[in-house]
Design a protein around this ligand. Structure first.
Ligand code: SAH
Ligand code: SF4
Ligand code: F3S
Length: 490
């Protein structure tokens, strides 16, 4: 894998190679020279901040961006007052876009104090032409913009940015923009810097083919592409060697993994292969689309020692009429019988979900249907969202958009049921002792550690930070709403 590459031995007098990832290694070597020169010139180590919005997929992409920035010589920081700041954006709901514009306003003021500061934007929001127009007009100081399909080209684009001498505040500023509409390429083996040493996300597929009528993701992430099982297994083996014990397999709809490969493989089969990898103790995945969740998967989960007792199964709506308008391709009854089947086979499983309130045409009686499902399923947690109109999606041009006050009323009513049922459901484990992976020192109280149960519930307990990354048995003393306070059992 890439760790063995000595970037300084790459001959930069030659033309860059055509093949990937060799081409990007070449540009990493080139950027190292720029960063070195700027470091010498400024007299301090150059810092870079990667700021992430959105889902786990974006978080994983940010680890790749961080790995590249580190390999070219930047020191990573969380402080946005850095020499280089990159925003990895999300556009699933409009408030995600608004947050990015707010942050850019702040950067503008930082940049006035430090004219050498460089700014880049990437991710889902950049795939929208109207966003690019707005940035060109109102945020002209941005140095580099790229999208979701060419993230692997980050070293090459950085080299271009350095070469064009942007950011000097001397009138020579040029904004570099490289957005692709689509790609069928998956580039493997680029540097990556994990946020946690003991756990990691792994992309198993990219894009989405489902076109739920409210959702922008298929437009900004492109068509579904699965990585080969060999590449995925090799990556996980390397992670296990490097001390990773918990992995999260990532895709917009992991249940359709492998369907379009030359030699089709099911997601359940992939899981069985991953299960065999020594050193990996916990396997998670997200997200599962209810329409594709197979009996084979339920059996593999049931028999597995390593697959966590948690399933995120987005409902979106409990009304069959709305589900049909959403193009979800299941009914209320099908969803409920799927949950029943899963619970029968794996009784201790925690089920969580996503719900949208205010989809066009939704009536209070549809919200009642959703509440009915929440009561029947008894979710451990549900993420509830107010419908956000995304230009270009079929739902955006539906005429029966719902009045804001009606949406708010439905949302509040639903949220209360979600909270009441989840609180009761999560508390069912009180008095038990279960394994938790120790993730970090508690942010509020440094005498406590924070761990995660197999079913994804959080538990806080006294302990030493040397335990971080270990799996320990924890007595679940008291449930406080959505988390536990406990004690390590020896
Ligand atoms: N692929 C995943 C979801 C990815 S987006 C799945 O199908 O389950 C995460 C969540 O954002 C969705 O489950 C949905 O609940 C919510 N969401 C997507 N588009 C939205 C919109 N236009 N308005 C409000 N919420 C939305
Ligand atoms: Fe969006 Fe639906 Fe694809 Fe999920 S499955 S990303 S909600 S289109
Ligand atoms: Fe957002 Fe893109 Fe994920 S739109 S939710 S970051 S796939």
């Amino acid at each position: 894998m890439f760790e063995n590459i000595d970037f300084d031995s790459i001959d930069l007098t030659q033309a860059p190679p055509e093949d990937e990832p060799a081409r990007q290694y070449y540009f990493i070597a080139k950027c190292r020279q720029y960063v070195k020169a700027e470091t010498e010139c400024s007299g301090h180590a150059l810092t870079a901040a990667v700021v992430t919005f959105g889902c786990q997929m974006n978080a994983r992409d940010s680890e790749k961006l961080s790995g590249i920035l580190e390999s070219i010589g930047y020191v990573l920081t969380e402080d946005e007052n850095a020499d280089f700041v990159i925003y990895n954006t999300c556009t699933v709901r409009d408030n995600a876009n608004q947050r990015v514009y707010g942050r850019l306003g702040h950067i503008n003021s930082l940049k006035k104090k430090n004219p050498h500061m460089k700014t880049a934007l990437c991710g889902c929001m950049m795939q929208e032409p109207s966003v690019i127009e707005k940035i060109k007009k109102s945020y002209r100081f941005v140095d580099l913009i790229f999208g979701t399909h060419n993230i692997y080209k980050f070293p090459e684009l950085l080299a271009e940015m350095f070469e064009s001498g942007t950011g000097g505040g001397d009138g020579t500023h040029r904004m570099i923009i490289d957005i692709w509409q689509e790609t069928d390429k998956i580039v493997e083996n680029l540097p990556v810097e994990r946020k946690y040493p003991f756990k990691s996300g792994i992309n198993i597929m990219f894009g989405c083919n489902n076109f739920c009528s409210y959702c922008i993701v298929p437009y900004v992430r492109g068509r579904e592409r699965s990585r080969s099982p060999e590449d995925i297994l090799a990556e996980i083996r390397a992670l296990a060697k490097d001390g990773v014990v918990e992995i999260m397999l990532l895709g917009q709809n992991v249940n359709s993994y492998g369907k379009n490969l030359e030699n089709p493989v099911t997601f359940a089969r992939l899981l069985k292969e991953i299960e065999k990898i020594e050193g990996i103790e916990r396997i998670r995945f997200m997200t599962s689309h209810p329409k594709d969740l197979s009996d084979e998967l339920i059996q593999v989960m049931k028999e597995s020692e390593k697959i966590c007792r948690h399933l995120h199964l987005p409902l979106q709506s409990g009304s069959t009429r709305i589900l049909s308008a959403m193009n979800r391709r299941y009914t209320k009854e099908q969803y409920l019988s799927l949950v029943e089947k899963i619970r029968k086979e794996i009784p201790d499983i925690a089920i969580t979900t996503d719900i949208i309130v205010g989809f066009p045409g939704e009536e209070p009686s549809d919200v009642d249907e959703t509440i009915d499902v929440i009561k029947k399923v008894q979710y451990d947690n549900a993420f509830t969202f107010i419908y956000s109109k995304r230009t270009g999606t079929p739902a955006a041009s539906m005429e029966n958009q719902v009045d804001e006050a009606v949406v708010r009323e439905g949302f509040d009513r639903l949220l209360k049921v979600v909270q009441d049922t989840a609180r009761k459901r999560v508390a069912r484990l009180e008095g038990q002792t279960l394994d938790a992976i120790v993730e970090e020192v508690n942010e509020q109280d440094d005498r406590l550690l924070t761990g995660r149960l197999s079913n994804n519930t959080i538990v806080h307990f006294p302990g030493d930070k040397s335990l971080i990354g270990r799996i320990v048995p924890v007595y679940l003393k008291e449930c406080h709403g959505f988390y536990y306070v406990g004690e390590i059992q020896s």
